[in-house]
Design a protein. Structure first.
Length: 33
């Protein structure tokens, strides 16, 4: 797993833990990319 992928995955885990919906998460992920 690349460092960038690892970073995104850890952020995703935090966001999902905060109860962020998948659509909100995808929106943020798209924004970051």
């Amino acid at each position: 797993m690349s460092a960038i992928h690892q970073k995104i995955w850890s952020m995703a885990t935090v966001l999902m833990g905060d109860g962020v919906s998948n659509s909100d998460y995808l929106e943020q992920l798209t924004y970051l990319l």
